[in-house]
Design a protein around this ligand. Structure first.
Ligand code: GLC
Length: 657
């Protein structure tokens, strides 16, 4: 019975009672399959995690046969534990002893498409030395599970979550690669597209064949009544190439919910069978050696009329329940949320909800990325300082992934409120950024392109590689050395913040050798409509070679980034988990941020976004004992007249000696 005065206590009591009922059965099953010692470990995890699974599932799926549902899920957990390879169990034990592994200052990520990076999965293993030069400890391979044929949104339309895209290899290759990476201290991260399947996935085929159980896996509507009602408040993801959020399918004789492209069918998570299926997929991938699951498009998992159907409270309950269950069988596995949402929503994916419960371990720091590009264009860090200082602190056991560029477009998640605080109009500033990065703004150094321009609302996003957006493409075109120097400084400046803001920094493939926009996608009919391919180039072997030749652009950028990784690993203050505090600087072009570590002392990051030398009040150093610039030779930095001086587009990492 619900305890009206203490609803939570009631929930806890119900969870305890359910655990008491289920535990003997789970114990018996485990004893049959995994022996005494492992059973004790599993039961310890069950006891620890059960309330965090029971609570969310009760809220999501109601009380009716909740025991039955949970028992089915726990059986999957036991079976996955039994099937977990020895090496991965060892990983679990290590991670349970050191649950903070993902917070370490030694973590450096690299993100690439296996084919564009190396050709295929087995060839990725041949490039581990290259990754070693960059200090990489975490490798995110872009979608590699079997996609539909033809257009597939860069692999985000999956027809089989249990097999690999045959063009890249097979499951054995993936398992081998995961093992080889682990041997080198690198965690493998892959995408799990849990919001939708391809329209040709087996579940979708069965739905098309009329099986009511599978029709219930998707959101289907006989006519436009509900789709129209939902569309009144939905935001279109691809207004240009895939307008609307529903697609008529004659075989289904229904409108099916398609938030993204018409061939990506949103799954119906009000159906507990969908939840169970996806849990099984997670456990399967965990047992192949995947260490981090990137939960694609997580905000979209739950729909509610009258809302934009993103970030609904149930999304968090789903993620918490998945988290708890996966942690029982494979505690070595981390979840990374892909939630490209406004700042106040973002931290919730790390578990910063009203009720603290483990959710995702990692999340993309989309706001930091957006603010970096915004400050770079305006040469003004005030908006960045305000927006980032307003963010809710993240739970200390979680970490951001901090990045400059990724495979998607940049959407200008700048709130009107933040813009207003520094005297800007939100809409006007977003328009400025679109103009600037598409090269239309007079004097712009950027060579990007508008993505999904919405002529009705005036909204747009930006595509282009980091090098092209930072001015390297234009400088090379003009053959202007001074412009090239500034552009390289810009790129390294952005990366210097990503490497020091308190999270796992991600290097997006090609940025380390300054790859420019790749126009070749226009010749592929399937890719041509989507200009995000502009910034998904093939790794250029010649550029990779040139990284070894002093004086080349590639040498400078590559070693600049590698150096950030080298220095980062020596600075315990950069370990995630603590708080990063942006500080107001008395020069608007300078972004200042401070981190503190109980043992390693203070860190002060300074970034000058302007093309001229700038200075800030040395008062920012207050409390720091013999500060030195960890990035500079002999730690020297320029301090005179009571001010810290920064070269144009320069960076300082001030630490205590
Ligand atoms: C994520 C991916 C994006 C994809 C979408 C739909 O946002 O990053 O590339 O288009 O999900 O799967």
């Amino acid at each position: 019975m619900v305890d009206e005065l203490h609803p939570r206590r009631g929930a806890r009591a119900r969870a305890d009672a359910a655990l008491e009922r289920l535990r003997p059965r789970i114990r018996a099953r485990a004893r049959r399959r995994i022996g005494r010692g492992a059973t004790e470990v599993l039961l310890a995890r069950l006891d620890r995690r059960f309330p965090d699974v029971h609570g969310p599932l009760e809220q999501l799926y109601g009380a009716e046969d909740l025991d039955g549902l949970i028992e089915r899920l726990l059986r999957m957990v036991v079976d996955a534990s039994a099937a977990r390879p020895h090496e991965l169990r060892a990983l679990d034990y290590r991670r349970e002893v050191n649950p903070d592994w993902h917070l370490s200052e030694r973590q450096v990520g690299y993100v690439c498409y296996a084919d564009r990076f190396a050709g295929s999965l087995d060839k990725v293993a041949d490039r581990l030395d290259y990754l070693g030069e960059l200090g990489v400890t975490y490798l995110h391979l872009m979608p590699l599970l079997q996609p539909r044929q033809g257009a597939n949104d860069g692999g985000y339309a999956v027809i089989d979550f249990r097999s690999v895209d045959p063009r890249l290899g097979d499951m054995d290759d993936l398992e081998r690669l995961a093992g080889a990476l682990r041997g080198r201290g690198i965690s493998l991260c892959i995408d799990l597209v849990l919001n939708h399947t391809a329209a040709e996935h087996e579940w979708a085929e069965r739905a098309k064949a009329g099986d009511p159980a599978y029709r219930d896996y998707y959101h289907l509507f006989p006519d436009r009544t509900l789709p129209d009602a939902f569309e009144r408040t939905l935001l279109e993801v691809f207004p240009d190439t895939a307008p609307g959020s529903f697609t008529w399918n004659p075989a289904l004789d229904a409108w099916v919910w398609t938030s993204f492209y018409e061939f990506q069918w949103d799954l119906n998570y009000t159906n507990p069978r969908v939840f169970a299926e996806m849990l099984d997929v997670m456990l399967f991938l965990a047992n192949r050696g995947v260490e981090v699951l990137r939960l694609d498009a997580a905000p979209f998992l739950w729909k509610r009329l009258g809302t934009n159907c993103q970030n609904q409270p149930e999304v968090h309950l789903l993620l918490q329940a998945f988290r708890g269950l996966v942690s029982m069988a494979a505690p070595g596995v981390a979840f990374k949320a892909e939630a490209i949402v406004p700042p106040q929503e973002l931290v919730r994916y790390l578990g910063a909800n009203e009720r603290l419960r483990a959710e995702c371990d990692l999340a993309y720091h989309n706001s930091l990325m957006v603010q970096l590009w915004s400050s770079l264009a305006s040469r003004d860090a005030r908006l960045m300082t305000v927006a980032l200082s307003r963010m809710t602190p993240t739970p200390p056991t979680t970490s951001w992934v901090t990045y400059v560029r990724g495979h998607d477009d940049i959407g200008w998640a700048v709130t009107d409120e933040d813009a207003g605080t520094v005297g800007l109009g939100g809409f006007g500033h977003r328009q400025f950024l679109n103009d600037f990065y598409s090269g239309r703004f007079p004097g712009s150094f950027a060579r990007g392109a508008r993505f999904q321009e919405n002529l009705l609302t005036g909204d747009a996003r930006i595509s282009g590689t980091a090098a092209s957006l930072a001015g390297i493409e234009l400088a090379l075109e003009l053959g202007d050395e001074r412009l090239l120097d500034a552009a390289v400084r810009r790129l390294l400046l952005l990366y210097s913040v990503a490497f020091s803001y308190g999270g796992i920094p991600l290097i997006y493939m090609g940025d380390e050798v300054a790859l420019r926009n790749d126009l070749s996608y226009r010749e592929h009919p399937e890719l041509a409509p989507d200009n995000r391919w502009l910034h998904r180039p093939l790794l250029d072997e010649a550029a990779v070679e040139r990284r070894q030749r002093a004086g080349t652009l590639e040498h400078r950028v590559f070693h600049g980034i590698a150096r950030l990784a080298q220095v980062r690993r020596t600075l315990a203050t950069l370990r995630a988990g603590g708080r990063t505090e942006p500080l107001p600087a008395d020069d608007p072009a300078v972004f200042a941020y401070r981190r503190e570590h109980p043992a390693a002392g203070r860190f002060l990051g300074l970034v000058n976004f302007s093309d001229t030398e700038r200075s800030v009040d040395a008062g920012l150093l207050a409390g720091m004992d013999t500060p030195r610039d960890a990035l500079a030779p002999h730690g020297r930095f320029s301090l005179h007249g009571g001010r810290i001086w920064l070269p144009r587009l320069g960076t300082c990492w001030l630490t205590e000696d």
